[in-house]
Design a protein around this ligand. Structure first.
Ligand code: VGL
Ligand code: ZN
Length: 214
């Protein structure tokens, strides 16, 4: 029997993009997304420090296939910072699709970090935008608050959770991904690539049952 992880004062739960557009009936629906909400709510109850990310795009965002006349969703194109997957319009600022799922229960969340709000840069990671240079400020926030261990859950496992966890680990945070509280998009090998990328950085993929109260 392993000892349960005990969330403490220097631990934070980062809940990634649990928004209507990634959930059932949403514009970029992730299979099974709604099924993780009870686990995320339980986890949130076990942490004193809960932070949320919110994908938050302007209507004509560069990551939208609709912004590129000859492209369709899930194409990849070259943009000034490298390759970018194109998505259906999703999480448009101020729309219902960008709202958090109504069954997400995180009244004690301390921070909502919005990302992807610059028209010309997408942002999967909660730390660096897709140009890999523009910082969101999250590392400074965590350090200033003395939060050294980060647990991630949410959507999608192979995009925003993956890149957030990889950046967290690279920046020196002790990083855990609560895999049963995530769901992947799983397109064009993205799930296998995510597992390999996370393994290379020795990111611990754990079950919520390994967390006391989770
Ligand atoms: C995401 C694709 C586009 C995510 C956000 O939250 O994983 N994926 N925007
Ligand atoms: Zn997005």
């Amino acid at each position: 029997m392993h000892a349960l992880l005990q969330p403490g004062a220097s631990d934070a739960l980062l809940i990634v993009d649990v928004q209507n557009d990634f959930c059932a009936g949403g514009a970029l629906e992730v299979d099974g997304a709604d099924d993780v909400i009870p686990a995320i709510n339980r986890l949130a109850g076990a942490f004193r420090n809960v932070l949320l990310t919110q994908d938050w795009h302007p209507a004509n965002h560069l990551s939208f296939a609709s912004s590129h006349p000859r492209c369709v969703a899930f194409d990849t194109i070259e943009v000034p910072y490298g390759r970018q997957t194109l998505w259906p319009d999703h999480c448009v600022q101020g729309t219902r699709g960008a709202d958090f799922h109504p069954r997400l229960e995180t009244p004690h969340a301390a921070l909502v970090l919005r990302k992807g709000f610059r028209r010309e840069i997408d942002s999967y990671s909660a730390f660096f935008e897709n140009d890999r240079r523009t910082r969101t400020g999250l590392a400074g926030y965590l350090r200033e608050r003395g939060l050294t261990r980060l647990f991630l859950a949410g959507l999608a496992f192979d995009f925003c959770v993956r890149y957030s966890s990889e950046d967290a680990a690279s920046l020196g945070f002790e990083t855990f991904v609560v895999e049963d509280a995530c769901r992947p998009i799983d397109r064009n090998g993205s799930l296998a690539a995510a597992r390999a990328g996370m393994r290379a950085l020795e990111i611990a993929c754990i079950s919520s049952t390994a967390i006391d109260g989770g």
